[in-house]
Design a protein around this ligand. Structure first.
Ligand code: NDP
Ligand SMILES: O=C(O)C1=N[C@H](C(=O)O)C[C@H](O)C1
Length: 271
């Protein structure tokens, strides 16, 4: 089978650079376009050399249509605005879209759902095997423990992160909600401050810490009467997200249009 031809969106970013570095080391895939914002200083430069790696012969470009014309899949870790624009363009071109971008608002998610009527979209707030396996365990724990055990989710990330709670924290919160058979949106407590009063029964709490170069730490705490259970995941290297996203792109080959998750890619659905 021929190599899967990949386009990277947000190529100059932390994840974009990790992807342009990881794709050439991965069997069965090939980088064909590295997309950056129109007018970005790196446009026209070799994407390997421009981002501190060896030259790879693939120039940085902002020409989305030309990139899609030669692509089998798009991998996108950028911003909500860029991801929604790419979802529309990829849907028009019928090119599968792997979305790692977090901080998406309800309208953005609706735009992705609309685009997924024309092509396969895999979206996850965390592309790592570890976090997606953890979410299966969290769902089971939440179901077994019930709402009498208070669920709190604590995350810490590097100081450049712009959204909170993290996409991973929300993914884990959804797992708690699924385990309890409730809707996260109706039970989440975000950003407690001041005279908050006692904790409301059944709340799923979120706390976000920011600082330094932390790649991504998440802990789900179930606090009971006189005991506490904690589930933690610590990302040590962005390579785990890049490898997961590449695996997702390979998985989209031949898939019907639709909205998929990393649980689908990893075969964890119903686990
Ligand atoms: N799901 C997962 O497993 C993971 C998700 N993420 C998420 O991925 C996203 C990116 O993270 P990270 O790489 O650290 O962030 P960076 O800020 O380092 O990179 C984002 C890149 O996207 C580009 N970009 C943003 N908006 C636009 C636009 N409108 N048009 C074109 N390019 C644009 C930026 O360009 P410019 O600098 O010019 O703005 C930048 O190069 C975040 O939402 C993050 O939370 C991160 C890691 C793992
Ligand atoms: O912005 C990041 O860096 C990360 N974002 C994702 C998130 O919002 O959970 C995944 C990972 O934790 C790193």
């Amino acid at each position: 089978m021929s190599d899967l031809r990949l386009v990277v969106v947000g190529a100059a970013g932390r994840m974009g650079r990790m992807l342009t570095q990881t794709i050439p080391d991965t069997l069965g895939v090939r980088l064909v376009a590295a997309l950056a914002r129109e007018g970005a200083p790196a446009i026209g430069a070799d994407s390997g050399a421009a981002f501190g790696q060896g030259a790879n012969g693939v120039p940085v470009t902002s020409d989305v249509e030309a990139a899609l014309a030669q692509a089998d899949a798009v991998i996108d870790f950028s911003s909500p605005a860029a991801t929604v624009a790419m979802a529309r363009a990829a849907a028009r071109a019928r090119v599968p879209h792997v979305v790692g971008t977090t901080g998406l608002a309800p309208d953005d998610l609706a735009a992705l759902a609309d685009a997924a009527r024309a092509t396969a979209i895999v979206r996850s707030g965390n592309m790592s095997l570890g976090v997606n396996l953890l979410s299966v365990l969290i769902e089971k724990a939440a179901k077994a423990l019930g709402p009498a055990w208070d669920a709190e989710i604590v995350e810490m990330h590097h100081k450049m992160k712009v959204d909170a709670p993290s996409g991973t924290a929300l993914l884990l919160g959804e797992a708690v909600a699924r385990g309890r058979g409730i809707e996260l949106a109706e039970h989440s407590a975000r950003g407690r401050d001041g005279l908050t009063g006692p904790r409301k029964p059944g709340e799923i709490g979120f706390a976000a810490l920011r600082g330094g170069t932390v790649v991504g730490d998440h802990t789900v705490i179930f606090a009971g009467m006189g005991e506490r259970i904690e589930f933690s995941h610590r990302a040590e290297d962005r390579g785990i997200f890049a490898r997961g996203a590449i695996a997702a792109a390979i998985w989209t080959r031949g898939k019907e249009p639709g909205l998929y998750s990393m649980a689908d890619v990893l075969g964890l659905t119903g686990a």
